[in-house]
Design a protein around this ligand. Structure first.
Ligand code: PLP
Length: 320
C-alpha cells in the first residue's frame, strides 16, 4: 500500500470541509508565561465526537463505493475511533459494527451506541480484536476500517495540524499524542510540507512506550495491554504504514508518566477551561515538562480529545 503524502492530507481537508468542525486554536498568557514560548493549542477535544478521530473516520467512510456503503463497515477501537465511525456512519447513512473492549470507559460505549453503532464487546485480556473484526468483515461482507493503519485515516488525522499551521503560521515545535501513530504521522506529513523547520514530537504514556522504543531502535517494538490512564494510547504497536511514516517525518519521541499526565490534564481544565481526557493531554504534558527547548519558540500542541469518563474522577484525583 502506498504511504499517504501531503496531497492526501489536502484532499482529506476538502473531503471533510463543512462536515468536521474547524476547531478552536486556544492560547493562554499563563501558559506562555510559564514556558517562555508562544503556545497554540489545537482543540480537537471540541471536534465532533469529542476527538480528532472524526476527521479520519469521515474521510475514510466518505470514499467507499456505493456497494461498500450499502453493506456497511466494521471497526475495533478502545473508544474514540469507535465513536467517530459510529458518527460518520450516521452522517453518511452507512451501517456500522464496532468491536470494543468490555472495559472501555462507559461514556465512550454509551456515546457509540447513541450514534447508532452496533457494539460487539470482547475481553481485552483473552481475545484478539483484530481477529474478531476480520471474522465479522468476512461473515457479514463488511469493510474493515482500522483505527490508524489506513491511508485515508492517516490523511484525515493530518488535517488537524494542517488547519493549525494554516491558521497560525509556521511552528518551531508540534507536539502530538501517539497511540497507533495515525494522528502523529498525519500531523508530521502536514508539518513537513507546511513548516519544514518544525520539530514534530510524538508523545506516549510511559507504560506504553513501544513507539518511543521503535523510533530509537528503528525496529518495530510492541507492548501488551499497558496499564495507563491514557486509554486512547494503549495500542500494541505502530502499524505497517504509521511506523515508516514516523521514522521518516517525526523528529523525536518521548513519554510521560501517569501522574504528570493527570497533573497536566487538571491544569488544562483549571487554567484553560478546556476539558481534555488523559490521552488528550499527552502532547501538553511533554511540552510543559521542560524537557524540550521551547523557550522563545512557537509551539503547537494537539489536544486530541475530550471524552472524559467522570466516574473515574475520584480515582484520578487520588492519584494526582
Ligand atoms: C486515538 C487517540 C489518540 C492516538 O491516536 P493514534 O492515531 O492511534 O496514534 C490520541 N488521543 C486521543 C484522544 C485518541 O482518541
Amino acid at each position: 500500500m502506498n504511504l499517504p503524502a501531503f496531497e492526501d492530507v489536502d484532499s482529506a481537508a476538502r473531503q471533510i470541509a463543512g462536515v468536521a468542525h474547524r476547531t478552536l486554536v486556544a492560547t493562554s498568557r499563563t501558559v506562555d508565561a510559564r514556558t517562555g514560548a508562544t503556545v497554540f493549542f489545537k482543540c480537537e477535544n471540541l471536534q465532533r465526537g469529542g476527538a480528532f478521530k472524526f476527521r479520519g473516520a469521515y474521510n475514510a467512510l466518505s470514499r467507499l463505493t456505493a456497494d461498500e456503503r450499502r453493506r456497511g463497515v466494521v471497526t475495533f477501537s478502545s473508544g474514540n475511533h469507535a465513536q467517530a465511525i459510529a458518527l460518520a456512519g450516521q452522517v453518511l447513512n452507512i451501517p456500522r459494527v464496532i468491536v470494543m473492549p468490555s472495559d472501555a470507559p462507559s461514556v465512550k460505549r454509551v456515546a457509540t451506541e447513541g450514534y447508532g453503532g452496533e457494539v460487539v464487546l470482547y475481553d481485552r485480556d483473552t481475545e484478539d480484536r483484530e481477529a474478531i473484526g476480520r471474522r465479522l468483515a468476512r461473515d457479514r461482507g463488511l469493510t474493515l476500517i482500522p483505527p490508524y493503519d489506513h491511508p485515508h485515516i492517516i490523511a484525515g488525522q493530518g488535517t488537524a495540524a494542517r488547519e493549525l499551521i494554516e491558521e497560525v503560521g509556521a511552528l518551531d515545535f508540534l507536539f502530538a499524542p501517539c497511540g497507533g501513530g495515525g494522528l502523529l504521522s498525519g500531523s508530521a506529513i502536514a508539518a513537513r510540507a507546511m513548516a519544514p523547520g518544525c520539530m514534530v514530537i510524538g508523545v506516549e504514556p510511559a507504560a506504553g512506550d513501544d513507539a518511543v522504543r521503535s523510533f530509537r531502535t528503528k525496529t518495530l517494538q510492541t507492548v501488551k495491554n499497558p496499564k495507563t490512564v491514557a486509554d486512547g494510547a494503549r495500542t500494541p504497536s505502530l502499524g505497517s504504514l504509521t511506523f515508516p511514516l514516523v521514522l521518516q517525518y517525526v523528529s523525536d519521541m518521548t513519554s510521560v508518566d501517569d501522574p504528570t499526565l493527570l497533573e497536566t490534564m487538571f491544569y488544562l481544565w483549571e487554567r484553560l477551561k478546556l476539558v481534555v481526557e488523559p490521552t488528550g493531554a499527552l502532547g501538553a504534558a511533554a511540552a510543559l515538562d521542560g524537557s524540550f527547548p521551547i523557550r522563545g519558540k512557537r509551539v503547537g500542541i494537539i489536544l486530541s480529545g475530550g471524552n472524559v469518563d467522570l466516574a473515574q474522577l475520584p480515582e484520578w484525583i487520588g492519584r494526582r
